[in-house]
Design a protein around this ligand. Sequence first.
Ligand code: FMN
Length: 191
Amino acid sequence: MTVQEAIKQRRAYRSLTPVEITDETLHELAHAAVLAPTCFNNQPARFVFVRDPEQLEAMKLVYSKGNAWCHAASLVIAVCAEKGDDCVIRDREYYQFDTGLQTALLILRATELGLVAHPIAGYSPKKTRAALGIPDRVAVVTLVLVGRHAGTPSPVLSKEQLASERKRPERLSFDKMAFLERWPAEPEEGG
Ligand SMILES: Cc1cc2nc3c(=O)[nH]c(=O)nc-3n(C[C@H](O)[C@H](O)[C@H](O)COP(=O)(O)O)c2cc1C
């Protein structure tokens, strides 16, 4: 699979069926993440891989209401990072950015392995810390839900979630998100 194919194939699907998560899979995912570019090669991301059925059960308490689809995941990856592990250049704190880069590569590799890897923000960091023993000083940046894409839509999905299962949500056009040579002129205040 080419990078372009992986980028296109990756989707945040919410209809998941069980898949076996081997040690090899975990190593492949971690290896993709550790190869990402990071500030000073600091590699701030820490991944807690959760695949034990009892731990997956405990994780069911952490998801927000609209994220009941997460209960079907075979693997949950708690993506963690600490500010002090990465560059801080005046007001620029790179740990979240670098962790995002690392997670993006992990997600693309998961896609290549035929898996759905869906990041979420809808969870309680406090409950996640309690379930997984993550210290307070460590930020829980995202959870990535991993499974096999189910052939039939999950019955717990809302109308909107069902729609995005069928069709990729709209993206910004080139001219809304990319500028040539200069930031575009902004309308004068009050004008
Ligand atoms: C930081 C982040 C937080 C997200 N939080 C949620 C979430 O809580 N629940 C959910 O169902 N999807 C969540 N998503 C998935 C996005 O809704 C999805 O990526 C977006 O709609 C684009 O769809 P696509 O990835 O299939 O192209 C999140 C994605 C990111 C990157």
